[in-house]
Write a protein that binds this ligand. Structure first.
Ligand code: AQP
Length: 325
């Protein structure tokens, strides 16, 4: 299967990005043709500082490699280096309808009620995302649950285009894992963990140290019930149990049973320790890659050239179908 996924270099990654998108991609790399994108054009839909963005692009590349993305097997590339993305993005804008684009819930979430002052790019970013996916004839897209609506939108656009102009695009499907597809914010467990959240208490960055992890996990919002139980409606507790399960692979009911009477303090202490142990080797690996920025640049350049070659094939087909060539 052909698989594509990407993460925006909007900040350091959080454990939701790791469990929801990056690690599933690493697993899929084994038996599939994977394309792993640094989604920098998406990042600029919200104002970014140029110096910070440049660093974040290299950081995310280092994180991909440290987590196990192998550039010999996988095409690891930077979206803005492949001009076909914005070209097909524009063409797909002419196919998308205002009404369906306006129904995308992420725009409402991300514009935080300030829709009039949000960028047009933030509004239309699902269309560019559709182009990202369709350019490579992608069959599967490993994403967190928040992206499911965008993949359905991509399918609709592809089907509409194929029907009107003739078959060009493969219809992709979202690949959503059972656990870890929606890690909740620690301070607001009714919302998803988000790296651009105003408070750092929202997320655990994959680079947080033991002290920071301990602080954030201990201040995680749970509820007033003294016991621990496996109940999806207990959002905060369920989120902590999910994270515990993802790092230890122990069944969630067994974890819940062990802390049933001990309560959330013990659960939080042990989770903070386990998470620190889990992230420490990944952090060392990332820091190692970041010492060799020239090598990172080289990997991105080679990957982006390979991506460009593939993307151009689809773009030429599309241009022919619509009468531009
Ligand atoms: N909380 C989450 N749980 C599981 N998966 C998640 N993803 C994001 N948040 C969670 C998945 O990570 C991938 C990359 O996301 P993105 O960088 O494109 O941006 P996003 O979805 O908007 O997530 P962020 O990290 O919260 O970014 P900001 O705050 O900058 O908008 C996607 O596959 C996503 O599903």
């Amino acid at each position: 299967m052909k698989v594509l996924t990407g993460i925006q270099p909007t900040n350091l990654l959080h454990i939701g990005n790791l469990f929801g998108a990056l690690l599933p991609a690493v697993t899929l790399q084994r038996d599939n043709k994977l394309l792993m994108m640094v989604a920098d054009y998406h990042a600029i839909t919200v104002r970014q500082d140029a110096m910070v963005l440049r660093d974040n692009i290299l950081f995310i590349t280092a994180a991909y490699l440290a987590a196990g993305i192998d550039p010999k097997k996988t095409i690891l590339f930077q979206q803005s280096r492949v001009s076909a993305h914005t070209e097909l993005g524009w063409i797909m804008q002419t196919q998308a309808r205002m009404g369906e684009t306006a129904r995308m819930t992420q725009f409402k979430d991300k514009s935080g009620g300030q829709e009039d002052s949000a960028s047009v790019g933030l509004f239309t970013y699902p269309i560019l995302q559709a182009a990202d996916i369709l350019l490579y004839q992608t069959e599967g897209v490993p994403v967190g649950e928040d992206q499911k609506q965008h993949i359905e939108f991509t399918r609709d656009l592809a089907e509409r285009f194929n029907k009107h102009f003739g078959e060009v695009f493969t219809i992709p499907q979202p690949l959503i894992r059972k656990y870890g597809a929606r890690i909740k914010a620690l301070n607001e467990p009714e919302k998803k963990m988000s790296k651009s959240a105003p408070s750092a208490k929202n997320y655990i960055s994959i680079m947080d140290d033991a002290e920071m992890i301990g602080k954030k996990i201990r201040s995680a919002v749970t509820d007033s019930m003294p016991d621990i139980s496996l109940d999806e409606k207990r959002l905060g507790v369920y989120n902590l149990l999910t994270i515990y399960h993802l790092i230890t692979e122990e069944p969630m009911d067994e974890i819940a049973a062990r802390y049933a009477t001990k309560g959330s303090k013990f659960l939080k202490d042990d989770l903070a320790e386990a998470l620190t142990l889990y992230l420490t080797p990944l952090q060392a690996e990332i820091k190692g890659w970041l010492k060799n920025k020239d090598e990172l640049q080289k990997i991105i350049k080679i990957g982006s050239e390979a991506a460009e070659e593939l993307a151009q094939k689809t773009l030429v087909e599309v241009k022919k179908k619509i009468g531009l060539l």
